[in-house]
Design a protein around this ligand. Structure first.
Ligand code: AP5
Ligand code: ZN
Length: 218
């Protein structure tokens, strides 16, 4: 892996979390998911969680200052020193500029960006079918990757949860936020020469295999 920071870009349901977990495991680097950090804060009802909850429930983005602060704090932790994955961040041009400044200040060079591309009509089914383990965070899908026993994690028997924002109405808002605020990042990173497009319509194992091959050479 060439870059210090890997960024996973893609629409809601594209498979950022699924693939980032595999890559993080393979290279033993942390997966920094702003969505996961925000959901944990909502669950614990911290001031951050209370501030973010309404936005998340509406499928809208949380303000840039808030998420940039979260990321800055997280990547200052020691486990991020040999590299890290940003999953779901940046999502606006302002956030991307913040990443550039942050990496530059730390002498880390440009990020490497993996854009997972999936046909729009698959996204809704992926998101409404998603179930996530409450213990280990493993991601399942009732249509595409079901657990052996309904509602229970194969790995640890943990209860599988349904995300509050994975309802059809909120999903439509999330897709709209992606098109209006995030998709412009594809051109932003293409212009920097750091964009790698990933065919995301295949099955998850095939995508992971291709990605790991690419990253091992790059
Ligand atoms: P976040 O948690 O980041 O949600 P998201 O971007 O909507 O992305 P998802 O987690 O829904 O999708 P994913 O691409 O990770 O897909 P996954 O691998 O799980 O953000 C949630 C909210 O937090 C935002 O709406 C916003 O409010 C806030 N937020 C977060 N970051 C922010 C930021 N930077 N700025 C501002 N606000 C922010 O896969 C989905 C499903 O598909 C799973 O069931 C999986 O099993 C299945 N699947 C995956 N790959 C495949 C495949 N290849 N084939 C078949 N099924 C597959
Ligand atoms: Zn589990």
């Amino acid at each position: 892996m060439r870059a210090h920071a890997l960024i996973f870009l893609g629409a809601p349901g594209a498979g950022k979390g699924t693939q980032a977990r595999e890559v993080a495991r393979h290279f033993t680097i942390p997966q920094v998911s702003t969505g996961d950090i925000l959901r944990e804060a909502v669950k614990r009802q911290t001031p951050l969680g209370l501030a973010a909850k309404a936005k998340m429930e509406a499928g809208a983005l949380v303000p840039d200052e808030v998420v940039c602060g979260i990321v800055e704090e997280r990547i200052d932790e020691t486990d991020c020193q040999k590299g890290f994955i940003l999953d779901g961040f940046p999502r606006t041009i302002a956030q991307a500029q913040f990443v550039d400044r942050m990496l530059q200040a730390k002498g880390r060079g440009l990020p490497q960006v993996l854009d997972i591309e999936v046909d729009e009509d698959l996204l809704l089914k992926r998101l409404t079918g998603r179930r996530t383990c409450s213990v280990c965070g493993e991601i399942y899908n009732v249509h595409f990757n079901p657990p052996k026993a309904e509602g229970i994690c194969d790995k640890d028997g943990g209860k599988l949860l349904y995300r509050a924002d994975d309802n059809e109405q909120t999903i439509r808002q999330r897709l709209e936020a992606y098109h209006k605020q995030t998709s412009a990042l594809i051109e932003f990173y293409r212009a920097q020469g750091v964009l790698h497009e990933v065919e995301g319509n295949n099955d998850p194992a095939a995508i992971a295999k291709g990605l790991l091959e690419f990253l091992s050479q790059a």
